[in-house]
Design a protein around this ligand. Sequence first.
Ligand code: FAD
Length: 490
Amino acid sequence: PNKVIIIGAGIAGIAAAIRLTVKGYQAEVFEANAYPGGKLTEFDQQGYRFDAGPSLFTMPQYVDELFLLAGKDPREYFNYQKLNRVCNYFYEDGTQLTAYADVNNLALEIAGNTDTAIEDVLAHAAKSQKIYAITNHVFLERSLHRLKTYLRWDTLRSIWKLRGIDAGRTMHKANKSFFKDDRVVQLFNRYATYNGSNPYKAPATLNVIPHLEQHYGTYFPQGGMYSITASLVKLAEDLGVKFTYNAAVSDIVVEGGKTAGITLDGAFVPANIVVSNTDIWFTYKKLLKKYPALHPKKILNQQRSSSALIFYWGISKQFEKLDLHNIFFSADYEAEFKHIWEQKNIYHDPTIYLNVTAKYNPEDAPDGHENWFVMINVPANEGQDWDTLIAAARKNVIDKLTRLLGQDIAGLIQCESILDPRSIESRTSSYQGSLYGTSSNNKFAAFLRHANRSGKVNNLYCCGGSVHPGGGIPLCLLSAKIVSDWVPDV
Ligand code: FAD
């Protein structure tokens, strides 16, 4: 009676398995790939190690919480260090600056390199913190789809203060009101891309994100991002969770309005509770294809977040100017986002994100070399001619890095792999290859995401980046927490 099946070993699926096991359920995870982690995975290539997907680690307490919940010492499984320097920024006009974790140092750095007063940066940080204080309880840590949430005093208070969350204007408009220097506006607009959104459309509420970085910090997990997946799988296995790989579930079986189990390789596997960690689009279109009357059409038609094009390069040189996280900005950010969101193609001068884990984990590259994860934001997959777009983008990225680093980059590339919207979709069943489920380009987006349980099928729950509260590792971990709060005690 206490059997739970979890479809997908993405980070939220693993977290849900841990939480439900602690709650007394017997959890089994079926994963289509031969490995766990979904987007949060790694691979090796000619002596280099690469984290394949996420590279920025925030809110590590949500990972620690899972070990503590299970009565284990997190440090026996998993460790991480706080970064003092969050990101190095490079601009086409030659400006370079370092974003420090400490907000006062950040303000000094920005004021020292741009036409900005220290107070303006601090005022922006204060606003960011204010938005966090109002939104945190309502939008992130609880289900928005449960009456109980609205009856809590702090939720009511948050709703009362909703004007303070700045949802009436775009991020860009809000940032323009704080800063007259376009380089600084661009720096803060970039936070929209943390959930695959467009700063010229997304509500200024997303200006909460810098607060999360400044207040809670950014971290580097020992051994790289993949150690988050590896340590949580180890914890789950220690607790008795069973993982079956190369196991693509074909159907969720519904009987009498509730889940009866799943179908795998044509065989029925019964369960009392099913948790889908599959993208919500595929949960309905594939796993519940036999029950079209149950499909929430409005939710499935929501705009998806952007996708990414990533070049994983082994580089035969070390660059002192580079840190773990580096950004090379486009000269015209608005034009870049018009290409991503309106023309649905790739701008000729894209903003480049360059991640080098070898800066913190030297064994990730041979001596004197660096492992470069070179990513640009691109539209979700709607059948574009990706091969042509990628070939042009590759040249533009190499030219831009060559220009801004003052060094011929093409000649340093020793090996290469490429991930694009098509392969993100095929490897992780992420509809259109979107990185973060649905976009936040709409001020109602937070309320429009699919809930963490089905309103129509009893005992069916959903977790992961395409459902409430949204994409990114911390939010995926919270989605598993909300699922566990919904599931009745054994
Ligand atoms: P997913 O990772 O989407 O995994 C779902 C799993 O379900 C997959 O393993 C899939 O194979 C499996 N599955 C699907 N269908 C079936 C089926 N029918 N049967 C069995 N198994 C199935 N987040 C951050 O916090 N920081 C970052 O810096 C960051 N950068 C990113 C960069 C890239 C390139 C990408 C791709 C994502 C990034 N993200 C980042 C987002 C983050 O990776 C995701 O939000 C998160 O990992 C999604 O986790 P999930 O639980 O939704 O599962």
